[in-house]
Design a protein. Structure first.
Length: 482
């Protein structure tokens, strides 16, 4: 299963057609789109999003907003998988990609210098055609009344289907590469695209019936059985994108309340580090610890000196060590040079500024969930229906929901807010976001981000679960019982 991860924060300003990031030299790629693409009324803003093949980050995607009649660019350091709708394609640095669509808005990417590089035009279709034809293993939903034995019977069938599906998918992918006459370079870059692709589908199945399995003392043992799939790897080259997603999912299932996203809370870093070190090994441990270190540094969390030493002892990947070293230097410079100003917001009318603490005081006696988002953030927008469902579920006199945008341009915030039919009473724009005290306090480096406050305005969770995750509802229900 593919999971999307936020690319590493850029360090240096653009100086020419390429520049340097934590990942190395970055070069532009260019996107344009046919007018028909913009007739898809289901999506007011047409976007392409992408995931780098090698990086540390968080579950999020880099986004490119397409513009009608214009070519737009983004920057990548490595060959990168991009996605538009259900179309997935591998793009090399410095390429120009043209997105078209048929009458049913089925997106078709092509190399924009078509006719000069027919092989690349064919290669762009390999991944998208595979995604169209592949048969993913899917566990059937159990009847309303079921037993733990029913779950175990379906689990057995699902595991058999996973093995058969991965073999069939590999044959399909190989045949597509032959049919489309792809280059050796393309084959090398995509050789792990199928490998381990469905290994963790059974984990999703466990999570659906998590409560029942826990009640019968089955869940934790079954999740731990999957650990050898990631711990059995010995070489960094074996740790492909599918295994990376599996490692993140495994950690999240084993430690749902002490995961990497929650390490910003007091004492969270040590708990998270120790749990990774105790349960993971090899490239998986190296990746998870490096991701933890990176997130801690970008959040401004305290990393004890003995844990910095432990990381150096564990880390075998020189690329990860370089990323962490540079992030550490960057954070040190930011702490020394960046002034801190009070956290101020402005409302939809733009006429009044209000301090964040004063805003919270208006909701005294209620729990407050704050959603930090931005107009360009696709995962933020995807979470909003689930967030609205929570808003409708809970009484307004018990829980308040606030929306705080990190947009730089006011008009972009207002346009997207209007598209989403946002509530103007609870919608705000964060001012001076690079220096705001709250941003530094919670280490706000990635979005979406959800922060929960108690009835007195005291922060009780600096990194709450996403609205689409059942754990947030469980957390809110527990609070209302107190």
């Amino acid at each position: 299963m593919l999971r999307l991860f936020l690319s590493v924060v850029l360090l240096f300003t653009i100086t020419s057609c390429s520049y340097r990031t934590l990942e190395g030299s970055v070069k532009p790629v260019y996107f344009s789109a046919a007018d028909v693409v913009f007739t898809d009324t289901a999506f007011p803003v047409q976007t392409v999003f992408f995931q780098n093949l090698k990086r540390l980050g968080a579950p999020c995607a880099e986004v490119v907003d397409l513009q009608k009649g214009k070519e737009v660019k983004t920057y990548i350091a490595l060959p990168t998988i991009f996605r538009k709708g259900n179309r997935e394609f591998l793009v090399y640095p410095k390429e120009h990609i043209f997105i078209s669509a048929d009458a049913s808005n089925y997106y078709i990417p092509t190399f924009s210098t078509m006719g000069k590089n027919k092989r690349r035009d064919s290669e762009l279709l390999v991944l998208t055609t595979f995604r169209e034809l592949e048969q993913k293993p899917v566990a059937p939903l159990l009847p309303e009344k079921y037993t733990v034995q029913t779950i175990l019977d379906v689990e057995k069938k699902l595991k058999e289907e996973i093995a058969a599906t991965e073999q069939a998918s590999q044959l399909l992918f190989d045949s597509l590469c032959t049919a489309y006459h792809v280059s050796r370079k393309f084959k090398k870059l995509t050789k792990d695209y199928i490998h381990n692709r469905y290994d963790f589908a059974v984990l999703d199945f466990y999570d659906v019936y998590r409560d029942t399995l826990i009640t019968h003392h089955e869940y934790w043992d079954k999740v731990r059985v999957l650990l050898p799939l990631v711990n059995g790897l010995t070489k960094p080259s074996q740790f492909n994108m599918n295994v990376e997603g599996g490692a993140n999912s495994l950690y999240g299932s084993l430690f749902p309340y002490n995961g990497i996203r929650n390490m910003a809370t007091k004492g969270g870093f040590k708990i998270c580090f120790d749990s990774v070190a105790a349960n993971f090994s090899g490239p998986a441990r190296d990746y998870l610890l490096s991701r933890l270190m990176y997130r801690a540094l970008t959040q401004g969390a305290d990393i004890p000196s003995d844990y910095r030493m432990l990381y150096r002892n564990y880390s075998m990947n020189k690329d990860y060590r370089k990323i962490i070293a540079r992030a550490s230097r960057k954070q040190k410079h930011l702490q020394q040079d960046s002034p801190t100003v009070p956290t101020e917001l402005t409302g939809v009318d733009g006429k009044i500024k209000i301090k964040f603490e004063e805003l919270l005081s208006r909701y005294k006696g209620k729990y407050v969930l704050v959603d930090f988002w931005a107009s360009w953030c696709v995962p933020c927008v995807k979470e909003m229906p689930a967030l609205e469902a929570l808003r409708q579920k809970y009484p307004a006199d018990k829980i308040a929901f606030l929306s705080v945008s990190l947009d730089t341009k006011r008009e972009e915030w207002l346009n997207r807010r209007n598209q989403l039919h946002g509530d103007s009473v609870s919608s705000y724009l964060l001012l001076n976001k690079d220096h705001a005290a709250l941003v530094k306090e919670i280490g706000l480096s990635t979005i979406p981000r959800y922060v929960l406050y108690d009835k007195k305005g005291k922060m009780i969770n600096a990194d709450a679960p996403f609205p689409s995750q059942p754990r947030l509802k469980e957390l809110l229900d527990q609070l209302l019982l107190q």
